[in-house]
Design a protein around this ligand. Structure first.
Ligand code: DMJ
Length: 640
């Protein structure tokens, strides 16, 4: 055994001292004794040193005076009127008396520190005496306490962000009596849809208007979350249906509960529920909507717990366990789902002052920015475990659509400050125009789907929203191509109108082809349905706002009449299975987006432009209007 070199206090290094048995084998016993003696000596010297050091340590009490409750002893003071001296802001009383007091104080402090240490030791000993079960029970009690505290915090009202008088919340009454009449008809349709849901489906997610009972799909999980109520609220408000709005508010206040064991779609719940609640809050100023939106958002946050931070498509609201759709390429998350959270999440951070929501969506954006894009296109699938793209499919319709929409709207809602989002939008649209947008032989502009390097000449009803998006993004476009994008919007609107006009019912099919002599017509039987979707009417409305070309109102009116004629039943409105058949069968579903979007866009199309002007409001992808930064109130630390 070799001891390390010893360093004497003088600093001179002594030669290494080998005290091992092998060094002096004949003196083995004697050396063991002296070895023990030397070790003992070192140990006692060390203890003496430590004990001494305790008294020479700087007086920490001076630094911790507030923790130790000594504020009244050494508080800064400037009053010298009572015979004391003011030294550096601390009041010192008569010198001798003060020294004595100071020593007493030091003694008191030392005793306190000793007592505290002893107490801590005792507590530790006590803990060690306890059984494993007892310790576990204690931990559980502590955990329960924290959960209770969090629950209390959950139901506490949020600090209000005062709403200024927001611009454009008015009746929007059109001057022209003919337009007024048409608008009243649309309002009547809304009342018909609402009243029947109220009567037959109240509290359920949606309505079966033929069977006259509640309906739901897997996007809302297995619980009754009143999706139609939340989705319809702002339309009711805008149309001046205030009694109905109040009924909805009351239901939400009393019944809307998110602590349910239900697996929901993160995207759908965000755009319909959080978007709907936020819009209802901005329009009415009722705090309950904001509180519910924030509670719900808290339940969606666990979906972001993936290796990459790209959220799962679905999350269980109770357990927080997330997963992806079984059909999505190699366990991928979907671009249009994780890319359509930005608007709502930024508003949530703005309203609560809590950056957690903002950080989640900005993380997604940063990650996407870093990734290579085949041909500059964003594939629809991204694996949240590996951070790699799935199949190289790109679409401006289903699976891709609202991702592009939210890039543009992030820029708009920031009052055009978020130039990073605008750049991403411009880059994406340039690539889409290059690879996906074509003119048919008959001269119809269409947006196809990109599948592994091949263009499928098919356009979905969902894709028709892009006409409105191009028009909305025209102003501020790169190289001042505003005219070009407005024209592109008009061409898409025209193509989508053709897809309606070429059917028997004058309602658009789910998907239509531009192939083999077929133009804007559905070929496959399972693409011939119309489920009360809004996208074509959405584009008419944006085009109307930007051009005031009367054809958009005319096309909107054609669609209104067709819906009223072919989709209206006594128990509400239903989708139809074949728009090319003169005797269509119903799908028996009144979708919540019919009340949130289709009827709202129609109503706005026949209202004056001062109702929710596009300079001040940005509509989320479910047509829920959210105020933009122009109407921003400065009390929140988070900027939109
Ligand atoms: C709506 O829920 C939203 O518009 C979404 O972005 C896509 N589809 C439906 C309506 O068709």
């Amino acid at each position: 055994m070799t001891t390390p070199a010893l360093l004497p206090l003088s600093g001179r290094r002594l030669p290494p001292l080998n005290l091992g048995a092998s060094a002096f084998p004949h003196h083995r016993a004697t050396l063991r004794l002296s070895e023990k003696f030397i070790l003992l000596l070192i140990l006692s010297a060390f203890i003496t040193l430590c004990f001494g050091a305790f008294f020479f340590l700087p007086d920490s009490s001076k630094h911790k005076r507030f923790d130790l409750g000594l504020e009244d002893v050494l508080i800064p003071h400037v009053d010298t009127s009572k015979g004391g001296k003011n030294l550096g802001g601390f009041l010192i009383h008569g010198q001798g008396h003060d020294e004595h007091r100071h020593r007493e104080e030091e003694e008191r402090l030392r005793n306190k520190i000793r007592a505290d240490h002893e107490k801590a030791l005792e507590e530790a000993k006590e803990k060690l005496k306890k059984s494993r079960d007892e310790i576990q029970a204690e931990i559980q009690t502590e955990k329960n306490k924290v959960v209770q505290e969090l629950k209390k915090k959950d139901s506490k009202p949020l600090p209000p962000v005062p709403l200024p008088n927001l611009i454009g919340i008015n009746s929007g009454e059109p001057a022209d009596p003919d337009i007024r009449e048409k608008r009243n008809k649309i309002k009547e349709m809304m009342k018909h849809a609402w009243d029947n849901y109220r009567q037959y489906g109240w509290g359920h997610n949606e309505l079966k208007p033929i069977a006259r009972k509640g309906h739901s799909t897997n996007i809302f999980g297995n619980s009754q979350m009143g999706a139609t109520i939340v989705d319809a609220l702002d339309t009711l408000y805008i149309m001046g249906l205030h009694d109905e709005f109040r009924e909805g508010q009351e239901w939400i206040d009393k019944n809307l509960d998110f602590s349910v064991n239900s697996e929901v779609s993160v995207f759908e719940v965000n755009i319909r529920f959080i978007g709907g609640l936020l819009a209802a809050y901005y329009l009415s100023g009722q705090e309950v909507f904001k509180i519910k939106a924030v509670q719900l958002a808290g339940k969606l946050l666990p979906a972001f717990n993936t290796p990459t931070g790209i959220p799962w498509a679905m999350v269980n609201l109770k357990s927080g366990v997330g997963r992806n759709w079984g059909w999505a390429s190699a366990g991928s998350s979907i671009l249009a789902e994780f890319g359509t959270l930005h608007m709502e999440f930024v508003h949530l951070s703005y309203l609560t002052g809590d950056p957690v929501y903002y950080n989640k969506v900005m993380h997604i954006r940063k990650l996407l920015q870093k990734m290579d894009r085949p041909n500059g296109l964003y594939p629809n699938y991204l694996n949240p475990r590996t951070g790699r793209w799935g199949q190289h499919h790109t679409s401006v319709g289903g699976l891709g659509d609202s991702f592009y929409e939210y890039l543009l709207k992030a820029w708009l809602m920031s009052d055009k400050m978020d130039t990073e989002a605008r750049k991403m939008y411009d880059d994406a649209i340039e690539a889409i125009e290059k690879h996906l947008i074509r003119k048919s032989n008959g001269g119809l502009t269409f947006i196809g789907e990109w599948k592994n390097g091949h263009l499928e000449r098919k356009m979905g009803h969902l894709t028709c929203f892009a006409g409105g998006m191009f028009a909305l993004g025209a102003d501020g476009s790169r190289d001042d191509k505003a005219g070009h994008y407005l024209q592109l919007g008009a061409e898409i609107a025209h193509t989508c109108h053709e897809s309606y006009d070429r059917t028997t019912l004058k309602l658009g099919p789910e998907a239509f082809k531009f192939d083999g002599g077929v133009e804007a017509v559905a070929v496959r039987q399972n693409e011939k349905y119309y489920i009360l979707r809004p996208e074509v009417i959405e584009t008419y409305w944006y085009m109307w706002r930007f051009t005031h070309d009367p054809k958009y109102r005319q096309w909107g009116w054609e669609a209104t009449q067709a819906i009223d004629k072919y989709c209206r039943v006594s128990g509400g409105f239903s989708g139809v299975k074949d728009v090319y058949s003169s005797s269509p069968t119903y799908d028996d579903v009144q979708q919540s987006f019919f009340l949130a979007e289709t009827l709202k866009y129609l109503y706005l199309l026949f209202s004056s432009d001062d109702l929710l002007p596009l300079d001040n409001w940005v509509f989320n992808t479910e047509a829920h209007p959210l105020k933009n930064k122009k109407q921003h109130h400065c009390t929140s630390s988070i900027r939109i």
